[in-house]
Structures are given as C-alpha cells and as structure tokens.
Design a protein. Sequence first.
Length: 243
Amino acid sequence: MRVDRRAELATALAEVRARIASACAAAGRAPDDVELVAVTKTRPASDVALLLDLGQCAFGENRPQEAAAKVAELAELRPAGAAHWHLVGRLQRNKARSVASWAARVESVDSARLADALDTAVLRAMDRGERSAALPVLIQVSLDGDPARGGTPADELSALADRIAAAEGLRLRGLMAVAPLGADPDPAFATLAELGGRLRTAHPGARELSSGMTADFERAIRYGSTCVRVGAALLGDRPLASP
C-alpha cells in the first residue's frame, strides 16, 4: 500500500503545532513566541520539500556534510523555496567554511576557537558573495557536564558571549541546550532560563532560548524556550523513504 507522505507529514505537523499552542497557552504565552525547527537529520530532501510546501520553513541538521548535500538537493526540488537551515549538532572548526555558506543560524557554538573559525569563514563567504549578512549564532551550554554532548560550562559563558559579540561576522542571539539524558528535564530548563536572563542583561539582543525536543518540548516552553527542535514527532522514529 502506497503511503501518502504529504498527508502523513501534514497530520504530524498539525499535531506538533497544536502541542506547541497548548503548551504556550498553559504558560501564558502566545504561540508565535515559539519557533518550530524541524530536525531533518537522516531524512531525505524530499521530506524537507513537502514540509516546506506545508509552510514549515526552519530545518535543523546535525552533520555539516549531510546538510550541505541536502541544501543543494532542496534547491533543485524547490528553486523558489525559502528554507532556513539551522545547524543544531556539534561543529568542528574545519567544517566552518562549508557551514558559513548555507546556515541561517548555528546553534552549537561552544568555544572561542569555534567562534573565531566561524567568524573568519563568514567574512570570507561574504567577500565571495555567498552570504549577504552576518551569521546568527547561539551558545550551546552544557547542562550535564558531559563533554561528549558538547556545550560550554556555565562559568565560561560570559567570556564566550563577549567574544562572539565582538566578532564582526557573528551575531549573538541566545543560548541552546540539550536536557540531560535519563533525568527530569525541568531543573535543566530552569537553569537555562536563569542563564538566559543573565546573558540578556549584558547582551540585550541575545533573547533566544533553543531547548526542548519531541519528548520534552512542552516542559521547555514552560521555562521560556523560544525555539523547539522536533524530529521524531514530525518525521517518525526512523527514516522513511519518500514516495
């Protein structure tokens, strides 16, 4: 039996948007306060194209090489499409040049060396005409101290924020974090909200808090998340071949 992938995605997208609206209502917030980023890692560009047709514009990718290929393929599938690509996974400095050419936002900056590499790559991309503006970035904060998951320690956040704010090719927009595995996410989201408040005192334009995924985004919204990164609830638990 042939699966109507567009209908499948339309249903899932409507359900996720309804969950966001309900969580916002419970928190006394407007649904427009929260951006939905569809995490499309391992998924085909044809799925991205269908979501774009359905009005979803922000997409998150974890691996720069996979993302670059998908960006190019989507440009062929939807030449007039207005997709905004977020890098939400860890980034090595030697991939900064590739990312600078296609990313609308990098959410995983966690060191001064990476910030410097991105700054240089963005300025060069602008010189080549590959970008028209500076790159918005979020600082990834470690909430569990696990170096394998990335993120800067909270006590190093202020110095990194100042470094990014001084970079000509970058624009500091806020914080990103991943809740600890196997633990109640509420304390982590509360900590992120507190760190975000401190950051805004020094950098008023850094207002974004990217937190919450399929299993916990309602709770992240309760603690002020402005961006939720949702993959499985939109696209299924495993990659599915598009029709």
